[in-house]
Design a protein around this ligand. Sequence first.
Ligand code: GAR
Length: 211
Amino acid sequence: MKNLVILISGRGSNMQAIVDAQIPGARIAAVISNRPDAAGLAWAAERGIATAALDHKQYSSREAFDAALAELIDGYAPDLVVLAGFMRILTPGFTAHYEGRMLNIHPSLLPAFPGLHTHQQAINAGCRIAGCTVHFVTAELDHGPIVAQGAVPVYHDDNETTLAARVLEQEHRLYPQAVAQFVAGRLRLDGLRVLVADETPTSARLAVPLD
Ligand code: GAR
């Protein structure tokens, strides 16, 4: 069994998708939030999953918070740390500690639009395609070896809300798949590239439900 520790900051819909996927060989060891009032914490606790909150406002520096967070996470002996809407900039020490064993999902087709307001940025840039990316975490924000991407069309009358909803549907499909590939030992890092074992040349890491 591989232990997963999932970090959230809010509603935790990606965390829910991963829990609901019941990934073979994976055990959700804990769900941790930097916001004690995160809705996702209550959802996980109701399902008997261990939960913890570590309020970043109680710490005087990013380094101090990240050190306490790493100690908390490591208490659950994680094989994989899953960032699921965890809205914190991470210190280099923290990302180095979990190198090769921490995934993030970001609501854009990276390397386009790291940071916030990704959907508005995609609309403003006139993109015809938007989407989401699952990647290994490095010290650089919303950057790192890409495991999988999901794409959606951008319609001329889209706004941030409608586009976000379309992308979120892909996030919920993509993230459990990527976590399952990690758990099955199918992901291998080759520099900035991720090689997926047993992937046929045509099987899509980029799944485009375009119409
Ligand atoms: C998701 O759209 C996720 O991709 C995004 O926050 C949302 C969290 O929703 N993450 C980032 O922007 C990270 N840079 P959720 O709490 O319902 O999973």
